[in-house]
Design a protein around this ligand. Structure first.
Ligand code: JHZ
Length: 396
């Protein structure tokens, strides 16, 4: 049974950066109600009413996975590891974005699936690319002409697909006998421990735990045989999945992860009720801090026009009464306005100037990379604010 535990209010599509802040554009903005539920049967945490994917994954999709050095390195590392360990003949990626993972493989063995046409156009120059949503129909089409995949990789995508059963059925159909599905997604354990409620936005239909994943995939004839914790995206988990009757033995690490998740209570509704109280406090504390700084005439901006910060700004109703603008390195976000609260987005070169006193870390998951990059800001007394795991002005 699905039980609601968190209400994040009226939210826009996290990725729908506005090209102007004119009244007409603002009037046509799409909003939906963002609430989150826990399924007491399979322990799956999901958005109660997901948005139609056709509204989300368009030819204007803003996120470029290769935008951060941390992610470029992480994808290179996992690609090399998979190549060495499994020696795959066919590698398919579901949600290949701008090709940051597949570009580490010989192009002859790669199949890319990416529904956002602007991104698929980038990879199709060098790789066999299907500019379509991942469905059973597409799996049938691809594997009519290709041998089955030895590795299917999917980072930050499976959690975005409302129809999980169809996705995993299609994956089972597409895997070779001892093929391996490797998925990476933000981990529920980290969300609960970090109070990072901003991992909930329209695209994150699910935030998985190992417990939930292992339950859900069983219905599609698949088995979770290993998992590893990752630091990317503020705490993710990498799952290794095979066909139920495949040769892989379940790892000891997996047992430990299941035990840890039960200890934290990821199989109990009460854990999520408590989490929602902490989220309410996070909102109250953030608004109070921003008010206090404004009373002292401080200039505050936000760093990184993330999808996550769309949730924070709309839940906490943070707009230009507190923040002057948002900086972001992504060219196609610059010159636009944040969804819902309409803050202007500019480049860090322009935005991180002498006049800024405080910068809210919208991209808190890249805290190390950003602090390293912004040494001058810190040197002259600039300070970062984070809400993870609780509201804090960073002093170092
Ligand atoms: P970042 C996206 O979410 C969307 P977002 C998606 N749904 C998903 O699942 C996760 O990623 C994984 C900028 N930046 O990656 C670049 C700087 O400006 O945390 C990006 O716009 N300066 C697919 O948007 C943003 O911050 C920097 O130094 O929450 C980071 O976005 C760095 C490092 C980044 O994901």
């Amino acid at each position: 049974m699905k039980k609601k535990f968190l209400n994040l209010g009226k939210q826009p599509i996290a990725n729908s950066f506005l090209s102007s802040n004119s009244k007409k554009t603002i009037r046509s903005e799409f909003f939906y109600n963002l609430s989150v539920s826990f399924d007491t049967n399979n322990f799956l945490v999901s958005i109660t009413n997901p948005v139609n994917p056709k509204i989300q994954y368009t030819d204007k999709y803003a996120h470029r996975a290769s935008e951060s050095m941390t992610m470029r390195d992480a994808f290179k590392k996992i690609a090399n590891k998979l190549e060495k360990k499994f020696k795959p003949k066919i590698v398919m990626e579901i949600g290949s974005n701008d090709g940051v993972f597949i570009r580490n493989f010989d192009k002859k063995k790669v199949i890319a699936v990416e529904p956002c046409k602007n991104l698929a156009n980038i990879t199709k120059k060098n790789f066999k690319t299907y500019p379509e949503f991942w469905t059973k129909k597409l799996a049938n089409k691809i594997f009519k002409v290709s041998k089955k995949a030895d590795i299917i990789f999917s980072a930050n995508t499976i959690s975005h697909i409302p129809n999980l059963k169809e996705s995993f059925d299609a994956i089972n159909f597409s895997l070779s006998k001892n093929g391996v599905l490797v998925i990476e997604d933000p981990s529920l354990c980290s969300v609960i421990q970090n109070n990072s409620y901003d991992q909930f936005y329209d695209e994150h239909v699910y935030v998985f735990s190992a417990l939930a994943i292992s339950n859900v995939i069983k219905l599609s004839g698949l088995r979770l045989f290993d998992a590893e914790k990752m630091s990317t995206h503020g705490g993710s988990m990498r799952y290794f999945i095979c066909k139920s009757d495949s040769k892989y033995k379940n790892s000891k690490k997996l047992d430990t992860i299941f035990k840890q998740e039960k200890k934290i209570g990821l199989n109990k509704f009460v854990t999520f009720k408590k989490f929602s109280k902490r989220v309410e406090k996070s909102k109250k504390d953030l608004v109070e801090l921003l008010k206090e700084l404004k009373l002292k005439n401080k200039k505050i901006i936000s760093y990184g026009a993330t999808y996550k910060s769309t949730t924070v700004f709309n839940y906490c109703k943070i707009k230009n009464q507190y923040l002057d603008y948002v900086t972001d390195t992504t060219l196609n976000k610059q010159g636009k306005f944040t969804p819902g609260q309409h803050l202007p987005i500019i480049s860090p070169e322009k935005g991180m100037n002498q006049t800024v006193d405080y910068a809210f870390l919208g991209a808190w998951n890249f805290r190390k990379e950003i602090i390293n990059k912004e040494k001058n800001f810190i040197k002259r007394g600039g300070k970062f604010i984070t809400h993870v795991p609780f509201i804090k002005v960073l002093t170092k």
